[in-house]
Design a protein around this ligand. Structure first.
Ligand code: ATP
Ligand code: MG
Length: 424
């Protein structure tokens, strides 16, 4: 990228350094850009410079010096310009990467002791009263040509150093801008990827729930009905045959009936687990209460549920994800802490839903558990993700386990989504 010279000489440092130089050399300094336009100065206006300015007199030697400096090619010695005998300025081109990007000029000086006649000529040309010009000229130290050249060379060294620093700052700024842009791009991409992942997880979950629901209905409506029919038919048959068949046949009928009735209960239970219709019918809090009650029946320690009413209808996938998380946390407690009481709490406050499942069991080391190939914890985390929720697991060996889920409550039930009923 090419260096833009716009604003190049406007930094405070140019002003400070060149002002010091101007004071030290008793000259007024001006800086021009590559187009010959004045971009900085006049710095340190000397009495002579002021006098000419007041009189609007321009001997043209600043402009002449700028022109000659801009015309330089390979060599760039200091350029001394003078029109009126004795009166002079000195300038230098400012170069970056082989290109002239500006010019700095200092003046006016008298090169020799001023003769009265020369001052008279100059005063006439400038339209200035001789006395006024003479009193200024008298106080101005004459500068020999060789010293003037040294002034010019010094100006060149200063200008080049300042330019180098300016370019360095410019390059640093450019790299910084580039880095900022890159990091913006990266974080934008990251955000987009996160959102895509979230959407993907949500749609996978939805598809998964859909399939679960269909299978659950099939199990419930078809298999469960057919098993009930079988159960009833065998019972009828048994009634009709009582006393007619040997006692072994009676016994066999009884065993068959018991097996079929167990099978039928299992299928109903399975269909219920796959798709808890209570969630749709009665809402999240009621479904969790019923889950706690059913689980308590299957173990010796209590399972206690405390639930707040959820303030509005929840979309079914949302309610379902929370239910499934509670279900897995509870099933972990039943499996890994069978003797311990379990507390399930559900609250909804200030737009945030909080679920916690706490057991007073043996606890575990989370890092060590990750490598064991269980799916429960991973699945809870995956289910929390599409809700934009935060799932925390607090457990230490000997200190029980608490699983907490925090997720913002959805603002409105989304379109095409049947809400789960108000929780009770
Ligand atoms: N409530 C708990 N109390 C004690 N240990 C637990 C509890 N919950 C989980 N763990 C430990 O963390 C491990 C991982 O749990 P996770 O639910 O992922 O797998 P799992 O229960 O072993 O198997 P899966 O859930 O796939 O049937 C468990 O094997 C167990 O060691
Ligand atoms: Mg588990």
């Amino acid at each position: 990228m090419k260096l833009s010279t716009e604003g190049l000489f406007r930094s405070d440092l140019w002003q400070t350094v060149l002002e010091k130089y101007a004071v030290a050399t008793h000259m007024t300094v001006k800086v021009y850009d590559a187009g010959g336009q004045s971009v900085l100065g006049p710095l340190h206006s000397t009495p002579l410079f002021e006098l000419f300015k007041r009189q609007a007199y321009d001997p043209g030697i600043f402009a002449d010096c700028v022109r000659r400096c801009l015309a330089q090619r390979r060599d760039r010695p200091a350029v001394v310009a003078s029109q009126v005998r004795g009166l002079a300025v000195v300038g230098t081109s400012l170069v970056w990467e082989g290109n002239i990007v500006g010019v700095a000029v200092g003046g006016y000086v008298f090169r020799d002791f001023s003769q009265v006649s020369e001052i008279q000529t100059l005063a006439r040309k400038a339209g200035i009263a001789f006395d006024a010009l003479w009193s200024v000229a008298r106080r101005q130290q004459p500068v020999p040509q060789s010293r003037l050249i040294v002034h010019g060379e010094l100006l060149q060294v200063l200008g080049d150093a300042l330019l180098e620093r300016e370019v360095l700052i410019w390059e640093l700024k450019r790299s910084n801008d580039e880095l900022t842009r890159l990091s913006d791009d990266v974080s934008h991409d990251l955000q987009a990827t996160k959102e895509e992942l979230r959407a993907l997880a949500a749609s996978l979950m939805k598809a998964h729930e859909g399939a679960d629901r269909r299978i659950a209905r099939e199990l419930h409506d078809d298999f469960s009905q057919r098993l009930s029919f079988l159960e009833m038919t065998i019972e009828q048959h048994q009634q009709q045959r009582i006393g007619k068949d040997p006692p072994e046949v009676d016994k066999m009928f009884a065993i068959l009936t018991r097996h079929i009735s167990e099978l039928s209960a299992d299928v109903r239970d399975l269909s219920h687990r796959m798709h808890p219709s209570i969630l749709e019918d009665l809402g999240l809090a009621a479904a969790l209460r019923s889950l706690a009650e059913e689980s308590e029946l299957a173990r010796s320690a209590p399972v206690h549920f405390t639930g707040d009413a959820i303030p509005h209808s929840l979309p079914l996938p949302y309610a379902n994800a929370v239910y499934r998380i509670a279900q897995e946390a509870l099933s972990n407690a039943m499996k890994h802490a069978p003797e311990a009481p379990v507390d399930i709490t559900l609250t909804a406050e200030a737009g945030v839903l909080r679920l916690s499942v706490r057991d007073m069991g043996p606890g575990f080391d989370l890092a060590a558990a990750r490598g064991k190939g269980g799916l429960g914890i991973v699945s809870m985390q995956e289910r929390a993700h599409p809700l934009g929720g935060d799932l925390q697991i607090h457990s230490h060996p000997g200190q029980g386990t608490t699983i907490t889920l925090q997720a913002s409550l959805p603002k409105e039930p989304r379109e095409n989504e049947s809400p789960a009923h108000h929780s009770r």
